[in-house]
Design a protein around this ligand. Sequence first.
Ligand code: EPU
Length: 442
Amino acid sequence: MDKFIIRGGNPLVGTVRVSGAKNSALPAMAAAILTDEEITLENIPQVRDIETQRRLLASMGAVVARHEGDAQDHVTINCCSLSDPVARYEIVKTMRASSLVLGPLIARAGMARVAMPGGCAIGGRPIDLHIKGLEKMGAVIVQEHGYLEARVDSGVGRLRGAHIVFDRITVTGTEDLLMAAVLAEGDTLLENCAREPEVVDLAALLTAMGAKIQGAGTSTINVHGVAKLHGACYRINPDRIEAGTLLIAGAITGGDLTVANCNPDHLGAVISKLQECGARVDVLGPDAVRVYGDGRLRAADISTEEYPGFPTDMQAQYMALATQAEGVSLVRENIFENRFMHVQELVRMGANIKVDGNTATVRGPAPLSSAAVMCSDLRASASLVLAALVADGESVIDRVYHMDRGYEHIEDKLRSVGAQIQRLGNVFAPRLENPPTADHPA
Ligand code: EPU
């Protein structure tokens, strides 16, 4: 398994570009199921989760191709023949976001067979709200042998518009039901929706395909169902979590880093927290943010919330920063019940962190020393890389396949701005099979 060798101590200086958003690209690829015409998606990151989604669609009969080397790299997806509307456990178990195909499959094919995702490293993560919403739209769903067997109960094989109030805010739940609603008969009103930029990205793609949607980005979304969607070309937004991770890399190393090709409007909570910690952050325009300072940071508390609050996907990276800040930072995780797997590894590097329930108390600054540490999930692995960038000596970070799930060429990007980072093992090749692991949190 690949490892990173990181020698800490270099301030990161220069400009680094952010890739397309993994969590927008995954539902966008699932949305291709909704039409028999071709969908072209630009700015799709070359990360392992995208390759998993490609394999999932291909296993159902879709033709998915990445076109490289021309003016604009892009991915085309053609679902004109969906011979096998089944999401098999072998694929679903490696990536929870596979359940995003449930709504589109029922909407397009009138039936679906989707493996239930199992346990997850960061929390229980049921998909009961997806199921409840789809049932309200007329799907009959039974669970058998670890699979959800779904079909539409009406004679015409089409879902019906419905009024659905999510019991709690769910990102992929909102996306799944939005994709189901666009082809349903009649109007759907979705309330208590996720307002994440990734939902807005999906709604923009669906609109380009001919869907009638209002309110994406607010907690109430109205959908007027249409009988058919057509092909479209859509450019995925930049990855706000990668951008946030890179901003923290600049701040923690006391560097001067410009994070380019990002959307500063999506980074409000992270930027204001970095400023509260004493880092200097300038928004340079519509697509770039500069972070700089002398590396002297003050403690500040965070509490993870749904967008536009502080993202749970940035909690682990922020905790690495907090280990270097003067004073006591409280880190509260409110979205997932078990998202502190990075803590023990940070402690092994010398961090002073105590966990009590959903709150971690971080006392800093703690000098970090190099160690051999192990990644447990995607964002935890980013946190360990950040810690290693400021640790004294050479750290070995094992199981970086977790990082490869969501960060494109991260070692090249960090090296280009001065980090001493090397990969041991095979360079991640997107066509490789996923390694066998049990905990895949996307
Ligand atoms: N929940 C339920 N029932 C449901 C759905 C969700 O109880 O049917 C609960 C979850 O257990 C969790 C909370 O609601 O406690 C929020 O979960 P949500 O459904 O919003 O998470 P998700 O859609 O499964 C997406 C991202 C995650 C990100 C979360 C929260 C994708 C593909 N994944 O997951 O990204 O952490 O939203 O923002 O969009 C990552 O990229 O590392 C990652 C884990």
